[in-house]
Design a protein around this ligand. Structure first.
Ligand SMILES: [Fe+2]
Ligand SMILES: [Fe+2]
Length: 255
């Protein structure tokens, strides 16, 4: 796919290693980013101030996603497995919205050709994912319908500063964090769903979703200094985890 440009994922030294208690660990599902050699190692973060989180999802199941300040909870995983159709409907909306975010950034910064070169294929790929989820919904005789949105998306949108160039930086990082969280949760469902077609869907999406948060990181890294980027990412990742610390009552992909 055209969004398959190899990128590096930022190190996230503020998070504990994958073997730490309550932390996601590598699962061998191919989710690790493509390693790219760097001459300038990222600066050290202070110890991460992780929000209190409920019991983490099974460590044996999940790939390490370095952008995230805290893993998804076991409670979310069990909720998502128990309400697969609802989560699939919400997932379809998430893919549609992900395409919309990429297009929105292209329209907001129309003279930035480098941005369009990355985001145009990304938007197409998200729409392909939307179609894949729609096909599965149709096979399950489940109709796509509007769902009330969980607080997650609006909460993240509020974190985007209004003035430029901070608005651009925050937009990249928030989009990347959403991709990273989606990626983590797809890995959980691919490993733990009891339904083969759910496992297959998320297993199929993982290879491409694994690149998306790296693409947003790359866009940010090309336009902002690394210290500014890293400091803001640390702030946003902690806030992102806080938004998920309390499980929303209605099952959603980002509840
Ligand atoms: Fe996607
Ligand atoms: Fe994505």
């Amino acid at each position: 796919m055209s969004a398959g440009r190899q990128v590096q994922e930022p190190s996230w030294p503020g998070t504990p290693p994958a073997s730490s208690p309550g932390r996601l660990s590598d699962s061998g599902t191919g989710l690790e980013p493509n390693p790219v050699h760097r001459s300038d190692p990222p600066p050290p973060f202070p110890p991460a101030t992780q929000p209190p989180s409920p019991r983490a999802a099974p460590a044996s199941s999940v790939a390490r996603v370095k952008w995230l300040a805290a893993p998804s909870s076991e409670a979310w995983l069990q909720q998502a497995i128990a309400h697969a159709d609802l989560v699939l409907i919400d997932h379809a909306h998430c893919e549609r919205k992900a395409a919309g975010v990429a297009l929105q950034l292209m329209f907001r910064y129309p003279s930035d050709g480098g941005l369009g070169a990355v985001l145009s294929p990304l938007a197409r790929e998200e729409l392909e994912h939307f179609e894949l989820v729609l096909q599965l919904l149709q096979r399950r005789c489940v109709a796509l319908r509007p769902l009330a949105a969980p607080p997650y998306g609006a909460g993240l949108t509020r974190l985007v500063r209004r003035q430029e160039p901070e608005r651009m930086l925050d937009s990249f990082l928030v989009a990347g964090l959403i991709e990273a969280r989606s990626h983590e949760r797809m890995a959980l469902l691919a490993a733990h769903s009891h339904e083969l077609e759910i496992q297959q869907l998320y297993g199929e999406l993982l290879a491409s979703e694994a690149r998306h948060f790296g693409l947003y990181w790359l866009l940010a890294e090309e336009r902002f200094s690394r210290p500014v980027l890293v400091e803001r990412l640390q702030q946003l990742s902690v806030l992102e985890a806080e938004l998920l610390a309390t499980l929303w009552s209605e099952p959603r992909f980002h509840s």
